[in-house]
Ligand binder design. Structure first.
Ligand code: B12
Ligand code: SF4
Length: 469
């Protein structure tokens, strides 16, 4: 039995445009979901994983499969349907799963033979068996997996072409921020894989550098932090010789022992969602945890960096609480916190989130011709109407934010600072230049976007700008 597992591309995702910006080679990451599915697949299946981000293969020239499995974030949905249509024309059954299939089930079911919602561990073997017996069901509900039943991903199946390997050690998040799909998809219960499973899986990864995909590697409660420390100790003991980057909340900077262990275990960078430079913005997004205790962000960031860990901070622009000048204010906050990189995104209502429900009920989703418009749901386009900004002005805010933070003068100053403190200046330089080169690509993408989606889409906010802005 032959199985193709496919990760569809979205050419509008600037970080995957390797040909246009060679720095992006360092920013294409493996589709871990498909490697986990492969790990759940019995040996009688011959598996090929296709990641279209590395190039779209000549499907007609490939041998006919017995089943095609497609994964998709919302931004990949259109291409997913094109790929599905190709194989369905050949009468090959197509099953789709992942976040978009879960959040937009009806839309997906119209376009594939079978849809899998939630985490696949409990249902994937059944999907395969039903395919073999010719009785594939229209829908399977995976729910939340038993965390100790997550198999090691098949790292051997996507061996070349990436700068980083990928691994997951926890699932779920109790925070339920308004804009994020994780609590709805993976649940509010923070589930941690057995430490021995994680260490064994790390040993299967060939790449020296690894992305830990967890939404929050360390968690928020004392028992989560204790587990993170145990994990790091086990990684040190196993002498993995890996260097890795992860996502965490700002409390990562609270605990010197945790930081020391993380560095020893190979942590070299952390991605932290600061989201907004103002307390009102954080409240609007439901990111209350970051507001705790009148925290000094600069001191937290410095403590992390003193352990030789780079800090990338993420911010969202276009909140109802944002007023003109937010782009520059965001860049200033990122500089004041001492971040090594700034990742600014437009506020985007993703299906299944609280923000989606709110914006939909307020009639503020501007790009709503689905599925075609899903390709813009990359967080790099303003797909919804802002309260205080027109289409032009929110794009200008984003450009001014990036231009300010990634001016050559400021990049050199940051790299010099890293050199001075003997912290990986080369990595900081590559990271900064990668973002800077995408600025050019983004400006072109905004211009195309504005041509196609003129003011008529944003009519409401054009009026509001005059009255409220
Ligand atoms: C790592 C990650 C990335 C990486 C790499 C992604 C990749 N190539 O796979 C990078 C940084 C590139 C990335 C980019 C983006 N990401 Co991202 N990312 C994640 C993250 C943190 C983990 C994903 C992961 O690997 N999980 C581990 C695997 C094992 O779990 P899984 O993917 O859910 O797969 C399981 C099930 O979903 C299911 N399943 C999945 N696929 C399939 C297919 C079949 C056939 C079946 C049966 C089952 C199945 O089975 C798997 C095992 O249980 C998630 C958050 C999260 N917790 O999921 C966000 C997340 C997926 N990302 C998100 C977004 C918005 C993006 C971006 C659009 C914007 C951005 N900059 O963040 C870009 C766009 C990328 C693109 N190609 O279009 C959103 C997606 C929401 C949505 N509705 O689409 C998420 C959920 C985060 C959030 N805040 O809401 N991301
Ligand atoms: S943004 Fe982070 S903290 Fe908030 S719900 Fe998503 S994963 Fe949890």
């Amino acid at each position: 039995m032959r199985l193709y597992l496919i990760n569809p591309s979205n050419p509008l995702v600037s970080i995957v445009r390797i040909r246009e910006s060679r720095w992006n080679r360092y920013r294409v990451w493996k589709p871990l979901s498909l490697m986990v599915l492969a790990g759940l697949t019995p040996p009688e299946w011959e598996i090929t994983i296709v990641d279209e981000n590395l190039g779209v293969p000549d499907y007609p020239a490939m041998p006919r499969p017995d089943l095609v499995g497609i994964t998709a974030f919302t931004a990949q949905a259109n291409r997913a349907y094109e790929v599905a249509a190709h194989f369905r024309r050949l009468r090959v059954p197509v099953v789709m799963g992942g976040i978009h299939a879960t959040m937009c089930l009806d839309e997906v079911m119209e376009r594939v033979d079978s849809a899998v919602t939630g985490e696949a561990e409990s249902v994937w073997p059944q999907v395969l068996e039903d395919t073999q017996n010719g009785c594939l069901k229209r829908r399977y509900d995976g729910g939340f997996a038993e965390i100790d039943s997550v198999p090691p991903a098949r790292h051997d199946l996507l061996a070349g072409g990436y700068a980083l390997g990928a691994i997951q050690t926890t699932r779920g998040c109790p925070m339920n921020c308004t804009f994020c799909s994780v609590t709805a998809f993976n649940g509010a219960h923070y589930r941690q894989r057995p430490i021995s499973d994680v260490v064994r899986e790390f040993q299967l990864i060939r790449e020296k550098h690894v992305l830990v995909v967890d939404d929050n590697l360390i968690g928020t409660r004392p028992e989560h932090i204790a587990r993170a420390k145990d994990l790091f100790r086990a990684m040190v003991q196993a002498n993995l010789r890996k260097e890795w980057v992860a996502q965490a909340t700002i409390n990562f900077g609270d605990d010197e022992e945790l930081l020391a262990l993380a560095t020893k275990a190979g942590c070299r960078g952390v991605f932290i969602g600061f989201e907004s430079p103002t307390p009102e913005g954080l409240l609007e997004l439901g990111k209350k945890f970051t507001l705790l205790k009148g925290r000094d962000f600069r001191a937290s960031v410095r403590r992390i960096q003193r352990h030789n860990i780079l800090v990338v901070g993420s911010f969202i622009i276009g909140l109802d609480n944002d007023t003109p000048g937010i782009g520059k204010r965001t860049a200033a906050a990122a500089r004041q916190y001492g971040l090594d990189n700034l990742n600014a995104m437009f506020l985007t209502p993703l299906p299944g989130t609280r923000l989606w429900d709110q914006m939909k009920s307020e009639g503020r989703i501007a790009l709503d011709t689905f599925p075609e418009d899903w390709k813009y749901y990359t967080l790099t386009f303003p797909v919804a109407r802002c309260k205080h900004f027109s289409l032009d002005s929110i794009i200008e805010e984003m450009i001014s934010c990036d231009r300010d933070f990634y001016s050559m003068r400021r990049i050199l100053r940051r790299v010099w600072g890293n050199l001075w403190r003997r912290r990986k200046p080369l990595i900081a330089l590559v990271g900064n230049l990668s973002y800077r080169s995408n600025l050019r690509l983004n400006c072109k993408a905004y211009a195309d976007f504005k041509c196609q989606h003129d003011k008529s889409h944003y009519g409401v906010s054009e009026v509001q700008v005059g009255t409220e802005g």
